[in-house]
Design a protein around this ligand. Structure first.
Ligand SMILES: [Zn+2]
Length: 360
């Protein structure tokens, strides 16, 4: 084919477009976050604003007036992590709230995590009262639900994925909500019957229970501090990982959750989960595609800085931080700011990246 003048001009214009497309304008990040209490970070003599940190995510129980004053004084927003369905500290003295497995037994802890039965009314009332008290005491900028899933362990290299919960309240609620009448027999027999005959309804109902918790948390927030942000720390697995366990076992239907939260923070702990660093970017892209729509939440991933089960180098930390803010993400944070504070290299990487992003 011979090139005419017009074709050459067309190809030139096209090339400019392609080059321009390859270098999009820098994206302004809404949140350059730090997760966990910044005490160790401050001990190094550093200030949040000096490092470009503009948001701190701290366990609700660790927030006090002094912390809030200092975080704000250094130009950052303060968000409360809220341990939603973590049973520890409650189920030991309230065995009725302990999850029940398919054998009809109290479920053992899933390595270091012990969940709670999400339909047990005493636990629910206790947990939501904690949130009310937190919001009464502190003018936080938002609440991040943590442990928002049915009893299981997804943060360890070897996940623990039990079938729960077949407690009296769960069986009753499932039957009521689905209209399915359960047969008589032992709990183990009822569980077997449900899983054999009504697996789909069971798992949909379980996802619905999680949505109901999100609505309950939102209702408390709207009453106490209307307008603050609701976020979710969540399992980063896609629909194929571990046989669909994110939805099947943890009860997280991301499409149904998306319109109910303002922000999703996938816990892309690549080393904990035995994945290469590049997976962080893929997981963020995947989540963006999955929750896309008119009411899509913002995406602020939390990446791994913590050296467990292996050391994370300065370069590796910088890379996952970059990938965490890539694609559809408009914020990023790390697990944890304490781990960064222990390592001069990671501190330098953080200052360099967040500082540059703050100037974008
Ligand atoms: Zn239950």
């Amino acid at each position: 084919m011979r090139y005419t003048g017009a074709m050459v001009r067309f190809v030139c214009v096209l090339s400019i477009c392609v080059v321009a497309g390859a270098q999009p304008a820098p994206k302004r990040l809404e949140v350059r976050g730090a997760y966990s209490h910044p005490g160790a970070f401050w001990k190094t003599g550093a200030r949040l604003d000096e490092y470009g940190i503009n948001a701190v995510f701290v366990h609700g129980g660790s927030i006090n007036a002094e912390l809030a004053r200092r975080v704000r004084g250094e130009g950052a927003r303060l968000f409360a992590e809220f341990a939603t369905l973590n049973g520890k500290g409650y189920v030991e003295s309230h065995p009725e709230a302990r999850p029940v497995n398919e054998r009809g037994e109290k479920a053992p802890a899933a390595t270091w995590f012990l969940g709670a039965c999400p339909t047990e009314p005493g636990f629910r009332a206790w947990r939501l009262k904690q949130l009310e008290e937190l919001l009464d005491q502190h003018a936080v900028d938002g609440v991040w639900m943590d442990y928002l899933h049915w009893h299981a362990q997804f943060e360890d290299p070897q996940p623990v994925l039990p079938e729960t919960c077949f407690s009296p309240t769960c069986l009753r609620e499932f039957s009521r909500a689905s209209g399915i009448r359960l047969p008589g027999g032992s709990v183990a027999e009822q569980a077997r019957w449900i899983l054999a005959r009504h697996d789909r309804e069971w798992r949909e109902w379980r996802c619905g229970v999680i949505l109901d918790w999100i609505r309950a948390v939102r209702a408390v927030m709207e009453r106490k501090r209307p307008g603050i942000l609701l976020g979710s720390y969540q399992c980063p697995w896609d629909d194929r990982d571990f046989g669909g366990a994110r939805q099947r076992i943890l009860g997280l239907d991301l499409k149904r959750m998306a319109p109910l939260v303002d922000v999703m923070s996938p816990m892309v702990y690549h080393a904990r989960m035995g994945r290469p660093g590049e997976w962080v970017g893929e997981a963020v892209e995947w989540l963006g595609r999955t929750v896309a729509g008119p009411r899509a939440p913002r995406i602020w991933p939390i990446v791994q800085a913590h050296g467990d089960p292996r050391e994370i180098s300065r370069q590796e930390f910088a890379r996952v931080l970059e990938l965490g803010r890539s694609g559809p993400a408009t914020g990023v944070m790390m697990f944890t700011i304490g781990s960064v504070a222990q390592d001069r290299g990671k501190m330098a990487a953080l200052k360099e990246l967040y500082g540059a992003w703050a100037r974008e």
